[in-house]
Design a protein around this ligand. Structure first.
Ligand SMILES: C[S@@+](CC[C@H](N)C(=O)[O-])C[C@H]1O[C@@H](n2cnc3c(N)ncnc32)[C@H](O)[C@@H]1O
Length: 284
């Protein structure tokens, strides 16, 4: 496949771009599609700037070709020092320990911004999202991951259970709560949290059902933000089988970019976004 840089990619009409994005999601599979979309199609050119917000230990930086100007930020010092060690001496990999709210406007002009699993833990997610948009250049892309209200109904139930029983956030409380959820009698649908592997690791379980702050999104809420901020929806990063089912259901939307249709689809299939809404938007 010919190399196509970001600059030429951004000249494509959003619908064509959406088809390309869909193709990669289809061929490669949901979870890894983003990395492959970046590495094998977008192929950020040397000199392109990429901001990875909530970069953790910098997993994404491993998938990028050299020459891309990568900035990873995370509020977790351990993750940042781990990432710095791993990429020590490699040009174009810059890891900073800071909060998204502290990024300076002097950092603007990024070609791509990635941000998964972070906005929904802020006190005002839309505000954080707007702050990041100011850092994106016109025509740039942003990939976002957000919790779904519909898909996380079991988490809502578990959180209510935790509040009713008054469990705290200590390791002992998390373990005791887990034991209680495993052994309680009855058929409460929210006990489907037991199916998630995160439930069985204390730190992941804390993130899953004990997080101090969790906003959950709906597709209309996402659509409202995109409309109010003039963003083009490029597509969901979703597994190919789900995408095929969507296309079969909505023959009028081969690019799979109609958010009203996706809302109907999600109501018909409430587990669709159990791994978060993962999607790409473009700034005009
Ligand atoms: C779901 S994790 C994503 C980790 C990483 N992207 C990966 O794939 O391994 C979210 C990350 O956001 C970081 N984080 C949470 N709130 C933040 C904030 N306000 N500013 C910057 N980073 C934050 C956390 O420390 C965590 O590493």
């Amino acid at each position: 496949m010919n190399k196509i840089g970001l600059k030429s990619l951004s000249r494509l009409h959003p619908c064509n771009l959406a088809l390309v994005y869909r193709y990669f999601s289809k061929v490669i599979g949901g979870n890894r599609a983003l990395a492959h979309f970046l590495a094998y199609y977008v192929k950020p050119c040397p000199g392109d700037r990429l901001l990875d917000v909530g970069c953790g230990p910098g997993r994404l930086a491993e998938n990028l070709p050299p020459g891309v100007d990568y900035v990873g930020i995370d509020s977790n010092e351990l993750d940042i020092s781990w990432a710095r060690q791993k990429f020590q001496g490699m040009n174009g990999r810059d890891f900073r320990c800071c909060r998204l709210e502290e990024i300076s406007a002097a950092e603007s002009g990024f070609d791509i911004i990635l941000m998964s699993g972070l906005l929904h833990h802020l006190s005002d997610p839309e505000h954080g999202w707007r702050v990041l948009l100011t850092l994106l250049r016109p025509g740039g892309f942003m990939n976002i991951g957000l919790y779904s209200e519909l898909a996380r109904q079991n988490v809502v139930g578990a959180r209510e259970f935790i509040a009713r029983r008054g469990y705290g956030h200590t390791v002992e409380d998390i373990r005791a709560c887990r034991q209680a959820i495993i052994t309680i009698q009855g058929d409460a649908p929210w006990r489907s949290v037991l199916r998630w592997t995160d439930f069985y690791s204390t730190s992941a379980c804390r993130d899953l059902i004990f997080h101090v702050q969790e906003h959950r999104f709906t597709i209309p809420r996402i659509k409202a933000f995109l409309t109010n901020n003039g963003l083009a929806f490029i597509g969901f990063n979703i597994d190919p089988r789900t995408l095929a089912r969507y296309r079969k259901r909505f023959l009028d939307d081969p690019a799979a970019v109609n958010l009203d249709f996706w809302d109907v689809f999600e109501h018909e299939n409430p587990d669709t976004f159990s791994g978060m809404y993962q999607f790409c938007v473009q700034k005009p």
